[in-house]
Design a protein around this ligand. Structure first.
Ligand SMILES: CC(C)[C@H](C(=O)O)[C@@H](O)C(=O)O
Ligand code: SF4
Length: 476
């Protein structure tokens, strides 16, 4: 009998082109997503070296970080943003790579459009010059972010020299309580293991609570595996995966579909496969989460108070917590629910898919945002998500509540475009990073789920979505 393997082992082995004695291997890369921020220098270097793009058909390009989310017919004001987008256009034209340009309805955040188009598929190796490429692991693809020099390497050779990561398993058993979502699961895992908890590992997420997530939820979870330090996140493909993929533009058609399925169904960790690290959570104990600091691990259940930094055993973590609280303008002992917010952002590759928008809209239906909210933005993850939401009337729900309804892109997740949180202002955000200055210089970010963001918009402060739901049940 052959050795038992994890899902990661299987995909890795199937892509090994050559092995070195030092433990590294040359890995074949099946798919390459390209955006405007990390590709210009790669294309420039390739040109200078007199190289060619080996497989233009294996790449798909989209501008997302720098795009304006307002009127797209206007010129892009910021010269650097404009330059990056112009260069992306020139490069893909020169090398015959498919591009979903700004006015294309398929344009959107790179990690939203890949799955949406069926470009992301089980068992493939998929890379992008972007850390949140881990998102695509939700389909059982080995997907990870790479740097600009590696972008060039993939363009030229369709391979990468890599050292194999270790295997980690995160099992979430049971059923998520009402009002608790994949985002809360992701934040709770990071809260438990820390932002370095999965360093050097590829995480496979498993357990009933993971299996019962929709593809959107699985993408949210895998998206944040990078914030736990993981090289990639993986979920074994199953009927939910296959149903999502069927009929998408890039997925195998008719006769080939059955063949693809027979391969995809072999993509799971063998029963006796060995993991280097194992972590288990009980879904029924997960509560809606919100971050209070400047790292995703500085997170707590919404009913908690801001921790006193001295509760952390590690001196480094104490120091980090003190610095974070000073930056965030918060004091130990304050209930999280007492924190007033100025901005609400619903979007990013973590939470801008149709299900996320439905979740937020269901909380906002018939309600208005609080008077203290200076700006509330909904930025759909792609043009297709936007159209779908409009077909369902969700845009009206958001607009009636007082939100702005924007064009797709990364937007306020990192403020490379004009959508920024002003210095000192506080934002309830469905994105994945709450770093210092992440949403604009001096901005303060609280990460939470779309439902929790909607709840904060209505009350004007961080709010337990379950109390809103209970109030409504009481009223009904
Ligand atoms: C700009 C890009 C390289 C960056 C990343 O790699 O993640 C961005 O997407 C982010 O989320 O910080
Ligand atoms: S939405 Fe945010 S996290 Fe995702 S790729 Fe864009 S900038 Fe990075």
């Amino acid at each position: 009998m052959s050795n038992p393997e994890t899902l990661y082992d299987k995909i890795w082995r199937r892509h090994e082109v050559a092995k070195s004695d030092d433990g590294s291997a040359l890995i074949y890369i099946d798919r390459h997503l390209v955006h405007e921020v990390t590709s210009p220098q790669a294309f420039e270097k390739l040109e200078l070296d007199g190289r060619k793009v080996r497989r233009p058909d294996a790449a798909l390009a989209v501008p997302d970080h720098n795009v304006p989310t307002t009127d797209r017919s206007q010129k892009i004001a910021d010269p650097l943003s404009k330059k990056q987008i112009d260069l992306l256009r020139d490069n893909v034209k020169r090398w015959n790579i498919e591009l979903y340009d700004m006015l294309d309805s398929r344009q959107g955040i790179v990690h939203v459009i890949g799955p949406e188009q069926g470009f992301t598929q089980p068992g493939l190796t998929l890379v992008c010059g972007d850390s949140h490429t881990s998102t695509h692991g939700a389909f059982g693809a080995l997907a990870f972010g790479i740097g600009t020099s590696e972008v060039e390497h993939v363009l030229v050779t369709q391979t990468l020299t890599l050292k194999k990561s270790r295997n980690m398993r995160v099992t979430v058993n049971g059923i998520l309580p009402k009002g608790v979502t994949a985002k809360d699961m992701a934040l709770a895992i990071i809260g438990k293991i820390g932002t370095a908890g999965a360093t050097g590992h590829v995480i496979e997420f498993t357990g009933d609570a993971v299996r019962s997530l929709s593809m959107e939820g699985r993408m949210t979870l895998c998206n944040m595996s990078i914030e736990a330090g993981g090289r990639a996140g993986l979920i074994a493909p199953d009927e939910t995966t296959f149903a999502y993929l069927k009929g998408r533009p890039f997925t195998p058609k008719a006769g080939q579909w059955e063949q693809a399925l027979s391969v995809w169904k072999t993509l799971y960790s063998d029963d006796d496969a060995v993991f280097d690290k194992d972590v288990t959570l009980d879904a029924s104990e997960i509560e809606p989460q919100v971050t209070w600091g400047t790292s995703p691990e500085q997170v707590a259940p919404i009913g908690a108070v801001i921790p006193d930094p001295t509760i952390f055993e590690d001196a480094g973590k104490q120091e980090a917590a003190s610095r974070a609280l000073a930056y965030m303008g918060l004091q130990p002992g304050m209930p999280l629910e007492s924190i007033a917010v100025d901005h609400v952002f619903i979007g990013s590759c973590t939470n801008s898919r149709i299900e996320d928008l439905r979740e937020a809209a269901s909380v906002l239906r018939g309600k208005k945002i609080a008077s203290g909210i200076k700006q509330a933005l909904v930025v759909p993850g792609s043009g297709l998500v936007k159209h779908q939401a409009e077909a369902e009337g969700l845009d009206k729900v958001f607009l009636d509540a007082g939100f702005e309804w924007r064009e797709p892109g990364c937007s306020m997740c990192l403020g490379m475009n004009p959508d920024k949180v002003p210095p000192g202002a506080r934002c309830a955000s469905t994105s994945n990073r709450n770093f210092v200055g992440r949403q604009g210089p001096g901005s303060r970010t609280h990460l939470l789920s779309p439902a929790m963001a909607a709840a904060a918009a209505i009350t004007g402060h961080l709010t337990d979505i379950r109390t809103i739901a209970r109030l409504e049940e009481g009223a009904a």
